[in-house]
Design a protein around this ligand. Structure first.
Ligand code: NI
Length: 136
């Protein structure tokens, strides 16, 4: 197996808040991340596709195509947006890095037809990184 990764960046704001809990419980759980007006991150997204390089091209997946899929399906929809309010596919989901990575996996998996999606890594900060490799 060969793994190829496309790295992208986007900026977005979010608020970590569970509407099932009181404001006090949310503050206890999420601390400053529960601030009512939200806050922003410069996210780094790494999408890795695995497979055998094709005989005809030598590519697992043409990175130009992968770049285009990520741009159309993800970046155009989340960059400079508020994840709690502006992004249809995040509606009703607490926008932690864990949940964002899972949602992005589900969006990208069916769009990637060369190789197979192997992982979605999301860096929320320099030090906090989440990786999702699918349900199984
Ligand atoms: Ni945050």
């Amino acid at each position: 197996m060969v793994y190829v990764t496309r790295r992208s960046t986007f900026s977005a704001s979010h608020r970590l808040y569970n509407p099932a809990f009181s404001d006090q419980q949310n503050e206890a759980l999420f601390d400053k991340c529960a601030n009512p007006r939200g806050h922003g991150h410069n996210y780094v997204l790494e999408v890795t596709v695995g497979g055998e390089p094709r005989e005809e091209t030598g590519y697992v997946i043409d990175l130009k195509k992968l770049k285009e899929i990520i741009k159309c399906e993800v970046l155009d929809k989340v960059d400079h947006k508020h994840l709690n309010h502006d992004v249809e596919f995040m509606r009703g989901i607490i926008p932690t890095a864990e949940n964002i990575a899972k949602v992005l996996w589900n969006i990208l998996e069916s769009k990637i037809t060369e190789g197979r999606l192997y992982s979605v890594r999301l860096h929320e900060t320099e030090n906090n990184i989440v990786e999702y490799r699918g349900a199984s």
